[in-house]
Design a binder for this molecule. Structure first.
Ligand code: 13P
Ligand code: SF4
Length: 331
């Protein structure tokens, strides 16, 4: 990024480059205008705030978003999600501009796997192949044989012969769930998502006692004591599809609460209750603070000034592309 871009980015983050005051702006109108003018596509994850999901061209889980990024013909990809998602989109589209409304939108799970430590772990197990969850940095992807998401992890793992020793990183909860599902004994990296780790089993069981007619459905990033209570375990897209097809009319949903927005749209007749988090006495839901860093105002300014843009070193991107492409071809 050149110095002019850096200066602009600083000014945007301080709010100095707003031509109109926030009150004067209709963000929805302005964003729609910018989308057309710049031939930009907005890809949003289900955990984004409601207004962002509503204005996006495509809303999906991590796999669907990567697939959409791989095939878009837009000139600019605006990624309303977190850094590893936008970085994956950039690796898939090195020539396109990929924007992330707030560069600080990281991920506790990706952060739990520092590349130098993971490289040493991998080197200590040279007979193992490496499967990594997409929630990791480009550096970790370069150390991987194949990437997966919670939608396709079982399929990806089963693409290896049974006797092949595997490392799974960075999510220990997803890894433990996958070991049980596939009968493997993958070595697990000790990482976790702070949102899914925060669900309280006591409060969840109390809530289920209050609503015995509800089914608990959970994302596999949740710890095993939460997953044991669930009638269905799946990715965000899987949870949506299950709520739609199940004959039950009430669900307690153990994943980030942003998913409820699309669920309510798809099954308005059903009752959806967010699973309770530990030490959460004000609200009954769990929110990802990183995902919620993106706002309509930041989405607008990032599209207006085409900043902040994701930058990935060319050599790093080339290496990280291989395990992502392997995943896409296996999905
Ligand atoms: P999926 O979108 O693959 O369900 O993953 C959830 C998540 O935690 C994304 O950060
Ligand atoms: Fe990362 Fe968890 Fe937030 Fe997803 S919900 S972005 S895994 S911290």
């Amino acid at each position: 990024m050149d110095t002019l871009d850096t200066a602009k980015e600083n000014m945007i983050s301080k709010g100095f480059l707003d031509v109109k005051t926030p009150e004067q702006l209709n963000y929805v109108e302005e964003i729609v205008k910018l989308k057309k003018e710049k031939n930009a596509v907005i890809l949003a994850h289900y955990y984004q705030e409601e207004a962002i999901q509503d204005i996006a061209d495509f809303v999906g889980d991590s796999l669907a978003l990567a697939q959409e990024a791989a095939k878009t013909d837009a000139d600019i990809i605006v990624f309303a999600g977190v850094h590893f998602m936008a970085e994956t989109a950039k690796i898939l589209n090195p020539k396109k501009k990929v924007l992330l409304p707030d560069l600080k939108a990281g991920c506790s799970l990706a952060d739990s796997c520092p590349p130098a430590d993971f490289k040493a772990f991998k080197e200590a197990h040279p007979d193992h192949k490496v499967v990594t969850y997409i929630n990791c940095s480009a550096e970790i992807k370069t150390l991987s044989d194949v990437v997966c998401t919670s939608s396709n992890a079982i399929k990806i793992i089963e693409s290896f012969p049974k006797e092949q020793k595997l490392i799974f990183a960075p999510d220990k909860n997803l890894g433990d769930y996958l070991n049980k599902q596939t009968g493997r004994d993958m070595l697990l990296w000790d990482g976790a998502c702070m949102v899914h780790e925060a669900f309280s089993i006591e409060k969840l069981l109390d809530l289920h006692n209050e609503h015995p007619d509800a089914e608990i459905i959970a994302h596999p990033e949740s710890p095993s004591h939460i997953l044991k209570t669930a009638s269905y375990i799946g990715s965000t897209a899987g949870l949506l599809a299950y709520a739609k097809k199940s004959e039950k009319n009430k669900f307690i949903v153990a994943t980030e609460a942003g998913i409820l927005h699309e669920m309510i749209k798809q099954v308005p007749e059903k009752t959806l209750i967010p699973a309770p988090a530990e030490e959460d006495n004000t609200c009954a839901c769990s929110e990802c603070a990183y995902m919620k860093l993106n706002t309509m105002k930041k989405l607008y300014t990032c599209m207006q000034y085409e900043l902040p843009a994701i930058d990935v070193d060319e050599e790093l991107a080339e290496k990280a592309l291989l395990p992502i492409e392997r995943m896409l071809s296996l999905s």
